[in-house]
Design a protein around this ligand. Structure first.
Ligand code: CMC
Length: 397
């Protein structure tokens, strides 16, 4: 290590300089959208408990609530549903672009590219015009499911199928994806999953959306940056890894030894733990109930017993640290039963979370100041540049 570097590092006591890795516990904005009590295990959107919304609302009604702050009147809801329905189709140019994507590529990467591409089609950056804001919301809510379903068919070598105007939002997505009209129970359960995933305060992707929004760029860039952030395995990507983990464990009786090894190797148990919750995530409990409803009708997923055994064992061992199942633990089992392929679990999360991202986009614009945090520089203070032939090792170059 260089002498100058040592001098700088000695001054770096993270506590005295107030560094908070991961910004844990650091408020960076005010928000009226979502309220979490991580000790009581409570979640509310705009003051409404999540269990009430999941039981009684629809995804589009919840989206309206999140973005505009109040539940819509019957006429406002009808108008919003009709506008979304009218904008479901995507341009043949977007579909052709998807045909050029490698079929082996991850659908989240495809979705991020497609979301960003919408900015090319609707590039007027009139973010202070309420009509532009409304239209952008409608387009993003309407087109993201169509793009996810289209990529699924395109990568199988098929042409995407067009949305069906006689089907409601969630039924239409399942139809475009599976090429079969879903039964009402499956469509309703999927809609409830979308409600559960729609918003969750300042998680990583929403923070990313707000940072991007704070530059006053267009909403398509805001959503594209959030999609990229959601893709990571510590965030939305965990739902995919949970199923991989359950399949590795294979049998309920293996869960104890799996945990022994994982804990000994300091490996994270996917679908467990949350920065905000110190108890079981309320969404995980509701999703578990939805999984059971589906299993009662269509037959049990054999991985469900593995999941329950793992939850019991992991809660015994990690519960003292406040580590319990999060939203990603049971969602994959629900999606699997609905016929959704594993690598589409996170894109499905994005279909829903776009509502929250857009709510935060609007809120950010309402009282904007560009995000520009500071850092503590820990590098070498000053170096003298030398031509390549005079450099020996990287250390004394
Ligand atoms: N399995 C085992 N130990 C865990 C886990 C876990 N899943 N999560 C946290 N811990 C332990 C961690 O090892 C650490 O222990 P120690 O203090 O002894 O070193 C302590 O708990 C704190 O962990 P952390 O990583 O500092 O906590 P964080 O608040 O930074 O991370 C998290 C939160 C969700 C990223 C983390 O719990 C995790 O990686 N979970 C697994 C991935 C996952 O399920 N992600 C989905 C999150 S919820 C939905 C979403 O955001 O999309």
């Amino acid at each position: 290590m260089l002498a100058e570097q040592k001098t700088i590092d000695q001054h770096l006591d993270p506590i005295t300089i107030g560094l908070r890795p991961g910004l844990e516990g650091v408020p960076v904005t005010q928000s009226a959208i979502c309220d979490i009590d991580g000790i009581k295990g409570e979640l509310k959107y705009r003051g409404y408990p999540i269990a009430d919304l999941a039981a009684q609302s629809s995804f589009l009604e919840t989206t309206y609530l999140l973005i505009w702050g109040n539940l819509p009147s019957p006429q406002q809801l009808r108008d919003f549903e009709r506008e979304v329905q009218m904008h479901r189709r995507v341009s043949f140019r977007v579909r052709d672009m998807m045909k050029c994507f490698p079929a082996s590529g991850h659908p989240m990467d495809a979705l991020q590219s497609c979301a960003a591409s919408l900015g090319l089609f609707y590039s007027r950056r009139a973010i202070d015009n309420p009509q532009y804001v409304y239209d952008a919301v409608v387009r993003l809510i309407a087109k993201i499911p169509t793009m996810v379903a289209a990529f699924q068919l395109i990568r199988k070598g098929q042409d995407p199928i067009q949305p069906r105007d006689d089907l409601a939002y969630s039924a239409n997505f399942l139809y475009m994806l599976t090429e079969r009209e879903p039964d009402p129970l499956s469509a309703r359960i999927f809609d409830r999953c979308l409600i559960l995933h729609a918003e969750h305060s300042l998680n990583a992707s929403t923070f990313s959306a707000r940072v991007t929004a704070s530059t006053l760029t267009d909403p398509y860039a805001v959503v594209a940056s959030a999609v990229g952030t959601l893709a990571g395995p510590l965030h939305g990507g965990a739902n995919e890894d949970v199923i991989k983990m359950l399949e590795d464990i294979r049998l309920p009786e293996n869960s104890s030894s799996y945990l022994d090894k994982a804990i000994a190797h300091k490996q994270k148990i996917m679908g467990f733990g949350h920065r905000e919750y110190k108890v079981k995530d309320p969404r995980a409990s509701i999703l578990q109930g939805l999984a059971e409803e589906l299993f009662a009708r269509f037959g049990k997923d054999e991985m469900y017993d593995v999941a329950r055994a793992l939850e019991k064992e992991a809660s015994n061992r990690l519960g003292a640290k406040g580590i319990y199942p999060n939203v990603d633990f049971y969602s994959g089992l629900v999606y699997r039963k609905l016929g959704i392929p594993r690598d589409l679990f996170t894109p499905v999360f994005a279909i829903s979370r776009v509502a929250g991202w857009l709510a935060h986009w609007r809120e950010q614009l309402g009282a904007n100041r560009i995000f520009r945090p500071s850092q503590i520089y820990t590098g070498v203070k000053t170096r003298k540049w030398k031509p390549a032939e005079e450099r020996s090792t990287p250390e004394n170059s």
